[in-house]
Design a protein around this ligand. Structure first.
Ligand SMILES: NC(=O)C1=CN([C@@H]2O[C@H](COP(=O)(O)OP(=O)(O)OC[C@H]3O[C@@H](n4cnc5c(N)ncnc54)[C@H](OP(=O)(O)O)[C@@H]3O)[C@@H](O)[C@H]2O)C=CC1
Ligand SMILES: O=C1OC[C@@H](O)[C@H](O)[C@H]1O
Length: 353
């Protein structure tokens, strides 16, 4: 590690990599992208020139061997997370990997064991956890502001992408609502119920012609009978807020709940009065000339800053979403997929060595 600067290698040159590097450009220079790799050298070069990145590679392997890189941001499609993450770890590189970390729990268990064995940085890019609203929300729930949480309701519904070859529609590219956006609702539920594992899971789904899930209605039940109800759609937009209900009130998280800027707590006080409290956490203002593919993309600064803080203090895992939590989430996704009959190629592939 070079003094006080966290040097990122960017693996993949697509949309989220673009948003991530745009977000890095908002930071004061203590977190930098120093190299990028893409399947095609020209894509890597174009990307490098857009963000002033000194080194561009035409293979992922070259990036993993760059001695001037501290941590690699894996931004390729989910079916390629496992093999690229393993390659990074085997070449001694820490990783920040996009969600979902892998296609299934078996792959994730393998990566966690390799990362821990080699004492390398490994964190899921579950950016929600690093937004200020989400950190405050966790504190308030823990303090019992709304009493005991009994019910969580959430929507993640997006308009259709009318291109059968787009990654979200094609199971060969990891397509389907559950792994793409359901992971946010499940991770949020796990956050709200403080990491407890559901005792019952149920899903009703509808598939597209290629076999990817486009609608999911999910109900999780926790050990005190608490319910967690999720509506996912890849074919019809909605207001993607979340509501957390407890014995003494409820909190409505503004849409989009997974990268929000605030929430309202409706609390019933001891004397029975209903009170309302707003919590606002505006995003950093967008710098003219910059733009993001995904809503509230500038919020990636929080995640990048957190990685910097962890790495500079010698930590190799996040305490905001532990690897155990990422694995619990992946196991829930596996079980929901089992119920909906959704099998990916990765499920029948052997683990790599
Ligand atoms: N945190 C967030 O808010 C978001 C996270 N994501 C996550 O990021 C990941 C990438 O999503 P996104 O950026 O939208 O994806 P893109 O469609 O932009 O593709 C990303 C990269 O994946 C590689 N790739 C694309 N198609 C193929 C293919 N057919 N075969 C092999 N590799 C391919 C390419 O790498 P190369 O450049 O090397 O050619 C491409 O640049 C996903 O896992 C997704 O879940 C996505 C959106 C938002
Ligand atoms: O992470 C994501 O958030 C926004 C969605 O549009 C995208 O498909 C997904 O990958």
């Amino acid at each position: 590690m070079s003094s006080n600067i966290t040097r990122f290698g960017i693996l993949g040159s697509g949309k989220i990599a673009t948003d991530f590097c745009t977000a890095l450009s908002y930071l004061a220079g203590d977190v930098k992208a120093v190299a990028v790799a893409a399947r095609a050298l020209d894509s890597a070069k174009d990307f490098a020139s857009k963000f002033d990145i000194p080194r561009a590679y035409g293979s992922y392997e070259e990036l993993t061997k760059d001695p001037e890189v501290d941590v690699i941001y894996i931004s390729v499609l989910h079916p390629w997370h496992y093999n690229t993450a393993l390659m990074c770890l085997q070449n001694g590189k820490g990783i920040l990997c996009e969600k979902p970390l892998t296609m299934n729990a078996k792959q994730l268990e393998h990566l966690i064991s390799v990362a821990r064995e080699r004492k390398l940085f490994f964190m899921e890019a579950m950016w929600t956890r690093y937004f200020p609203y989400s950190m405050r929300l966790r504190e308030l729930i823990k303090e019992g502001i709304i009493g005991d949480v009994k019910l969580f309701q959430v929507n993640f519904c997006l308009p259709p992408i009318d291109d059968a070859t787009h990654r979200v529609n094609d199971p060969k590219l990891g397509g389907g609502a559950l792994l793409d956006i359901g992971i946010y609702t499940i991770a949020f539920s796990q956050m709200v119920f403080e990491g407890r594992v559901p005792v019952k899971t149920n899903v009703q789904s509808q598939m597209n012609s290629l076999g990817a899930d486009v609608f999911d209605h999910i109900v999780l039940e926790y050990d005190q009978g608490e319910k967690s109800i999720h509506t996912l759609s890849m074919v019809s937009p909605s207001e993607n807020h979340a509501i957390i209900s407890g014995t003494r009130g409820y909190i409505k998280v503004d849409a989009p709940f997974n990268c929000s800027t605030g929430f309202t707590a409706h609390v019933i006080t001891e004397d029975g009065t209903n009170t309302t409290q707003r919590y606002d956490y505006p995003l950093p203002p967008v710098i003219p000339g910059t733009s993001f593919y995904f809503p509230n993309g500038v919020g990636m600064v929080h995640e990048a800053r957190y990685v910097h803080k962890l790495i500079q203090s010698g930590k190799i895992e996040s305490d905001q979403e532990t690897l155990e939590e990422s694995l619990d989430i992946m196991k829930i996704l596996d079980e929901l997929r089992r119920q909906m009959g959704l099998v990916y190629e990765a499920d029948s592939q052997p683990l790599l060595h």
